[in-house]
Design a protein around this ligand. Structure first.
Ligand SMILES: Nc1ncnc2c1ncn2[C@@H]1O[C@H](COP(=O)(O)OP(=O)(O)O)[C@@H](O)[C@H]1O
Ligand SMILES: [Mg+2]
Length: 351
């Protein structure tokens, strides 16, 4: 047994190296095992059931939302519920239209084609996808220059499931070709407790109720993070305690991993600190803010902001990003009188 290693990235919502296997083991398999997202679940259930009744592949589905909320899991569930095969690829892998043509021509009727990070698909492949989604047909261009000919190729009726962390980055024509968009939301602490209970029993980890609630509270509304913190707590409990994750053990473990009371990590805190200290609480533009914390604007925008907004710490305004009173309070700084709108006494996170 080894000492728990300090995980700087304990709170990253992106899957890390070596996490793939454990994530696979923990993925819910059927719609009924999928915790939370009641709206998306109900809507999808209707889409899938009605398609099944009519005996046709369901409309193309777009799943959108921040990383770690269950988009990939849901794509696999769709195939499982339809009792069909799933082919998996991603936007960045479809650099040339030919790559997509190869995938499409290998589909058999009713298959699910899952394209992760679909907003990163290259333009020529995207244009090929329009026709494929609409008419189950692609035009393959053979040859170059004036002698080039285009050969129409029938493809089997299939269901495209696209996942994206940035639905705003999708082109209009692509977005319009999805019959259904499921917007995945952050999970409530109660839902994360259910996720944790299931994961703990699958992994044989003993966590008591209070310990579980504490992990849930600090997991940024994200199942992937909840599952990761659970494993880090298990490591700590095995090395420094008797293996049982009590409230006390959970708190001590999360202290080691630099996960704060509200589940903010260093980058989130850096963003808030820059906003409050360097820019007087804002408003400040996203690129300026990103430079101040030494990160890419997209990282700040896609990874930090959704949760900071959800947690009521940061507001997006037409003039830029603004720290709320709760953010000042969380950093232990007295907000200026004009910062209002949030009860500074109680930075409560969720409903
Ligand atoms: N609703 C859920 N119920 C249980 N576990 C979940 C749920 N959503 C996500 N997870 C867990 O979180 C991990 C990440 O989910 P994933 O589907 O890969 O998210 P995304 O594709 O949105 O980044 C999965 O391995 C799974 O264990
Ligand atoms: Mg995914």
């Amino acid at each position: 047994m080894t000492e728990p290693e300090p995980a700087v990235e304990a709170l990253s919502a992106f899957a890390q190296n070596g996490e793939r296997e454990v994530e696979t083991a923990l993925r819910p398999r059927r719609l009924a095992d999928f915790v939370g997202q009641p709206r998306v679940r109900e809507q999808l259930h209707l889409v899938l059931e009605s398609a099944r009744k009519r005996g046709v592949p369901p409309d193309h589905v777009l799943l959108s939302g921040p990383p770690g909320l269950g988009k990939t899991s849901m794509a696999m569930i769709i195939a499982a519920e339809l009792d069909t095969a799933i082919r998996i690829t991603s936007g960045p892998a479809l650099e040339r239209a030919g790559d997509l043509a190869a995938m499409l021509s290998n589909l058999t009727e009713g298959d699910v084609l899952f394209i992760d990070e679909i907003h990163r698909i290259a333009r020529p492949a995207e244009e090929m996808l329009y026709l494929a989604m609409e008419d189950f047909r692609v035009d393959v261009v053979v040859g170059k220059g004036p002698g080039a000919t285009s050969i129409p190729l029938e493809i089997a009726p299939f269901t495209l499931v696209g996942a994206t962390t940035r639905s705003g980055a999708l082109t209009g024509p692509l977005r319009d070709r999805f019959g259904f968009t499921g917007q995945m939301e952050f999970y409530t602490p109660g839902e994360l407790e259910q996720v944790l209970q299931r994961s703990a029993s699958l992994l044989g980890i003993v966590v008591d109720d209070e310990g579980r609630a504490e992990i849930a509270r600090r997991s940024r509304g994200t199942p992937r993070i909840a599952n990761r913190l659970l494993r880090r707590v298990r490591d700590y409990a095995e090395v420094r305690a008797d293996g049982r994750a009590t409230l006390e053990v959970v708190r001590a473990a999360l202290e080691v991993y630099d996960v704060d009371e509200l589940g903010l990590d260093r980058l989130d805190r850096a963003v808030l600190i820059a906003l409050v200290r360097s820019f007087g609480g804002g408003p400040v533009g996203i690129s300026t803010l990103a430079v101040a914390v030494g990160e890419e604007p997209t990282t700040v925008e896609e990874v930090c902001e959704p949760y900071l907004v959800r947690a009521g710490m940061l507001a997006r305004t037409p003039r830029g990003r603004v720290a709320t009173a709760a953010a000042w309070q969380h950093l232990g700084v007295q907000p200026p009188a004009e910062v209002s709108g949030v009860d500074a006494e109680a930075p409560t996170l969720f409903d």
